[in-house]
Structure formats: structure tokens, C-alpha cells
Design a protein around this ligand. Structure first.
Ligand code: TLP
Length: 345
């Protein structure tokens, strides 16, 4: 399909709103959400809480803000949070854990996003020593962006949930793409969310809404989050215009994520047969495809690909990321494979 001759594999954030979303946005009933008067925002929040099986939800402008608010509420200044070392929160959110939350982030090694329980356990600090910030929370990412859309196993999440309750830690989930995980596993997103105290997810990624994320949790957390959202300047007025698209995202766009996953596998399989490209297609579980270049520099690869009207993203020194989404179809995947194959031979 592409868009105006450009085949954009950089991210699922590039998806444009569907016709149905645009109609819903046009017709949205709105009010002032700072005064909590916007019926469409309230409806989206109710729907989000219901889908994730939590008491309440808060609509926020971005995933970054949703994560920051959650940690500002649950971690707080002078405390420590355990994070997976390649997580988005630790690496790609402008250092907000230290800059805005005022907490100490402790990055921990993992196997594709799964931090072993014993590693979590070994890194917990109590509040008994004056010079060590006490560990009060942990955060996991599902699906995991850096690890190529890896899905965290429900049994692992259950264990972490149990562990966090035993240890008195707050368990936050950066579930920007939690619906991709749920669709890949064939289970409701609520089942994955049930083990965490708070979850942030985005409607602006594979679900194709133009803007927005939701923070879900219990009523107390969301009430406190409302204050932090205001403090960060994230409280919006007639935000129902945006929330209307979010409602379509949650009600109409979830099941189709399976198509993106199938195309990602097809892309990975094709790439794995090419000389100079390193990828294990078995690791591609959702819509993100990350591969390593053996013979070509990443900027050269991206520039050559761009000449064919295809956009991808450099992801580290020798890695490239290509993401599948609703604005890319089977033909676009084939086109990309042909172009890359020409470039590599
Ligand atoms: N990720 C973006 C870029 O920042 C890399 C992308 O294109 O994938 N958590 C996860 C796991 C994310 O992947 C992202 C965005 C966020 C949080 C932040 O969401 P936004 O961009 O809405 O602040």
C-alpha cells in the first residue's frame, strides 16, 4: 500500500488514522478534560480499564508521559527502581527516571527482556542503610522493542507478579505494545496486565490512532496520576477529538495485529536467506523485525533502501529495525525483500 510512494517500515507509530477514526474524531462529543468534562475521554478511559482488567485508566499524550507518570506515582524521589537494561524507559525516555521522577534506575541484564527472578532478588536493597536508596519498584517491557518485539511469557509475568507482592515492590509494565503480545499469545491483554500494578499502553502505535496512550491501574494510582499529568503539562482540554480515535483503535484494530505479525515473519524469513544479513526468524514473534548487517554499514544500507522509497531505522551500530503495521501489505514486504536482496548481492 505504502503512502505517496513511500514504504515506511521505520515504526508502527507512522500509521495514519483509519477513515472510521477520522469520522469518529469529527463527530466526537467533547468537553474540557481538565475539568473531567469530556465524555469521549471518559469513555476511552473506561474501555481501557475494562480491556486491561483494572479499576481505572488515564488518557495521556504519549507513552513516555504515561511511563513517567506511573513511576512518579509509584517510585518517587530518592528510591530505586529495577529496570531491564535495554528497556525503552531506561534508554529512550530522556533519562526521565532520574530527571523527573528523581529515582535511581538500576538496569539489569536479561534474556530477551526476561530478567531472571534471582537477578531481581539479588538487586533489591532495603531501606536499612542510609546511603542506599531503597528498591520500591520494578518495570518490564512487553512486547520488548529492543529485543525485536519479544513477548514475555505469561507464566514468567505471573511469577514476577507474585514475587513483587511478596517483596512489597510496585510492578510497572511498559506495555506500549501489550496488544501485540496478547494477539501473539492468543489471550486477552487483561491476562497479561493482571500481574502488574500499573500498565502503560499506546493506541498510537500498531493500533493506528494518531495520538495517545493510557495508564491503567487501581483507582488510587490513577487519582494520583491525574495530579502528576497536570504537573507535567499533559492535561488536555477537548481531548475527546483524540480519544475518539483511541476508542476505534481498541474496538476495531486489535485483531488485525495478527496480519502484521504474519508479515513480519515473512520478512524475517526472506531476510534470513540473504547473504550479509543475520537474523533468526524464530525470534520474530510480533511486528518488529531486527537484523544485523555483516557487510554493509547501517547508514549506507538505509540510504540505498531510501532510494527505493523504503524507510527503515538504524537500531545501534550494526542493527536495522523494520516494523510492520496496517499501512504495509504483502506486496510491500515483497518489494522490500526484492530491494534488499538486490542491495546485498
Ligand atoms: N518507541 C518508539 C521509539 O521511541 C523507539 C518506536 O518507534 O518504537 N515504550 C516503548 C516500548 C516504546 O517502543 C515507545 C516508543 C515508548 C514506550 C514511548 O512512546 P511515545 O513515543 O508515545 O512516547
Amino acid at each position: 500500500m505504502g503512502y505517496r510512494g513511500i514504504f515506511d517500515f521505520r515504526s508502527d507509530t507512522v500509521t495514519r488514522p483509519t477513515e472510521e477514526m477520522r469520522r469518529a474524531m469529527y463527530q466526537a462529543e467533547v468537553g474540557d478534560d481538565v475539568l473531567r468534562d469530556d465524555p469521549t475521554v471518559l469513555r476511552l478511559e473506561e474501555l481501557a480499564a475494562e480491556k486491561l482488567g483494572k479499576e481505572a485508566a488515564l488518557f495521556v499524550p504519549s507513552g513516555t508521559m504515561g511511563n513517567t507518570i506511573a513511576l512518579k506515582v509509584a517510585v518517587g524521589e530518592g528510591n530505586e527502581i529495577l529496570l531491564e537494561e535495554k528497556s525503552h524507559i531506561y534508554n529512550f525516555e530522556s533519562g526521565n527516571v532520574s530527571r523527573i521522577v528523581g529515582a535511581l534506575p538500576r538496569p539489569l541484564p536479561s534474556k530477551r527482556g526476561t530478567v531472571p527472578l534471582e537477578v531481581l532478588r539479588e538487586n533489591i536493597h532495603g531501606g536499612d542503610r542510609l546511603h542506599i536508596p531503597p528498591t520500591v519498584a520494578l518495570s518490564l517491557e512487553n512486547t520488548h522493542n529492543y529485543w525485536g518485539g519479544a513477548v514475555l511469557k505469561p507464566t514468567y509475568l505471573e511469577e514476577v507478579g507474585k514475587f513483587s507482592r511478596e517483596m512489597g515492590l510496585h510492578f510497572h509494565m511498559d506495555g506500549a505494545r501489550i496488544f501485540n503480545a496478547a494477539v501473539a499469545l492468543g489471550i486477552p491483554a487483561g491476562e497479561l496486565a493482571s500481574h502488574a500494578h500499573s500498565v502503560m499502553f499506546c493506541v498510537s502505535k500498531g493500533l493506528s490512532a494518531p495520538v495517545g496512550s493510557l495508564l491503567v491501574g487501581n483507582r488510587e494510582l490513577v487519582e494520583r496520576a491525574l495530579r502528576v499529568r497536570k504537573f507535567l503539562g499533559g492535561a488536555m482540554r477537548q481531548a475527546g477529538i483524540l480519544a475518539a480515535a483511541g476508542i476505534v483503535a481498541l474496538t476495531k484494530m486489535v485483531d488485525r495485529l495478527a496480519e502484521d505479525h504474519a508479515r513480519a515473519r515473512k520478512l524475517a524469513l526472506g531476510l534470513s536467506a540473504m547473504d550479509g544479513i543475520e537474523i533468526d526468524p524464530a525470534e520474530v514473534e510480533t511486528n518488529i523485525v531486527i537484523f544485523r548487517l555483516r557487510k554493509m554499514e547501517v547508514p549506507v544500507f538505509l540510504e540505498n533502501l531510501k532510494k527505493e522509497g523504503i524507510l527503515a531505522l538504524g537500531f545501534g551500530k550494526s542493527r536495522v529495525r523494520m516494523v510492520l503495521h496496517k499501512d504495509l501489505d504483502d506486496r510491500d514486504v515483497e518489494k522490500a525483500l526484492r530491494a534488499i536482496s538486490r542491495m546485498m548481492s
